[in-house]
Design a protein around this ligand. Structure first.
Ligand code: FES
Ligand SMILES: [Fe+2]
Length: 395
């Protein structure tokens, strides 16, 4: 068990004291969101990394980068260096550290038949088993005692692949992934995910806490004010309020007419049921993985924590069938990609403003809209539960 540090314990206590004013449980119109320190304090950031990001299923990488047996990707989750490895059967995750003297094993994406530490050339199979320790017992006296090797096998981390998305649970304690996404399953019925192809990736650096990016993603209240095109596509009076079910936050709308950026020019999912046509839905899998689904595309949005006031965003775009690759659709794809780029820049402006506002003593959680913002209270409750954990289980 890894104990929280004294500084983490102190900030945890301060945080819990601040949210004990009922802000999370009162009706939204009387409640509030998360206090400022959760967006600005370095100790709180470390507390989140140690609890929330280790005890939950956390997005770690894209399966399309792990296709051939031996493909490897180093990633970092909850402050821990991990490596994702494609074995013959599946994608597995390990702590990315050699069991001998702790050298990081994999520092860039690559393909290899085994993992070899550059320090003293201990090697590990793709399944994480130690397979060789050269000169272990002296010059030319290599390790041959296989029964003792398991002590030095790589430390495995729980890992699941769902569509193109690889999730890890470092503590090993999270509920089954299937039960976590159960609230989504019914809403995704009728979309043939087999028809999707990864197409493009957009990356952004933000001077803002990751939570502000996710909160902004799920609430559509800002659309009329920040996104002129999006507001023209679906006006405020046609927008549904966001909802939630456990760790899944969701929102959606019907649109009257398709647009080149949304279902207008690219092929749709085959045999799409009537209730999914002219419809968009979006979801957050708490804490920081989100996606939108439309008749012609799926767009993944991840906010990667970097520091209390910094995050990185990845938007991955997937189109349907020929829409992903055929030359005749290249202009249509470019239009959708440019639209996402423009929309996200419109968001970054307000997200960074909210970050700077979190330094103000005139603000500490906000006055919320009873219609649009209950989802933000739920996000705050989930975050509070997650950082209230006492310890994190080391694997
Ligand atoms: S540190 Fe990896 S083999 Fe020695
Ligand atoms: Fe937005």
């Amino acid at each position: 068990m890894t104990r929280l540090s004294a500084a983490q314990r102190q900030v945890q206590e301060d945080f819990l004291h601040q949210v004990q004013d009922g802000r999370l449980d009162k009706p939204t119109s009387e409640g509030s969101g998360l206090p400022n320190l959760s967006y600005t304090c370095a100790d709180f950031f470390r507390l989140e990394q140690q609890t929330l990001f280790r005890n939950n299923w956390i997005f770690a990488g894209f399966a399309h980068r792990l296709v051939a047996t031996g493909d490897m990707q180093p990633v970092e989750v909850g402050g821990q260096p991990l490596v994702l490895v494609k074995t013959r059967e599946t994608v597995r995750a390990f702590h990315n550290v050699c069991r001998h003297r702790g050298a990081r094993l994999v520092t860039e994406g690559r393909n290899a038949g085994k993992l070899i530490c550059p320090n003293h050339s201990w090697s590990y199979s793709l399944e994480g088993k130690l397979i060789a320790r050269p000169h272990f017992h002296g010059g030319e006296r290599h390790d041959v005692n296989k029964s003792d090797c398991h002590r030095a096998d790589l430390v495995e981390v729980r890992c699941v692949t769902w569509h193109d998305w690889v999730f890890v649970n470092i503590s090993g304690d999270a509920d089954d992934f299937e039960s976590c996404i159960e609230p989504i399953s019914a809403k995704l019925e009728g979309y043939d995910f087999e028809a999707l192809r990864f197409t493009d990736m957009l990356e952004f650096e933000l001077d803002a806490n990751w939570k502000l990016a996710i909160e902004n993603f799920i609430e559509p209240y800002h659309v009329f004010s920040c996104h002129p095109w999006l507001n023209g596509f679906v006006g405020m009076d046609e927008r549904e309020a966001p909802g939630f079910d456990g760790k899944v936050l969701s929102c959606g709308y019907h649109f009257k007419a398709a647009d080149p950026a949304r279902g207008g020019e690219l092929p749709w999912f085959p045999d799409l049921p009537a209730d999914k046509q002219n419809r968009g839905d979006w979801f957050v899998l708490f804490p920081n993985f989100a996606f939108e689904i439309f008749p012609d595309q799926v767009d993944v949005f991840v906010a990667w924590p970097q520091a209390p006031d910094k995050c990185r965003e990845t938007i991955a775009l997937y189109f349907v069938g020929d829409g992903a690759t055929a030359e005749r659709y290249s202009a249509a794809r470019a239009h959708v990609i440019q639209n996402w780029n423009d929309l996200n820049h419109e968001d970054i402006g307000v997200v960074e403003r909210m970050q700077s506002g979190r330094n103000s003593e005139g603000f500490d959680g906000g006055v919320l809209s009873p219609y649009w913002d209950p989802v933000l209270q739920q996000f705050a409750r989930l975050l509070t539960d997650a950082v209230s954990e006492d310890t994190v289980t080391a694997t």
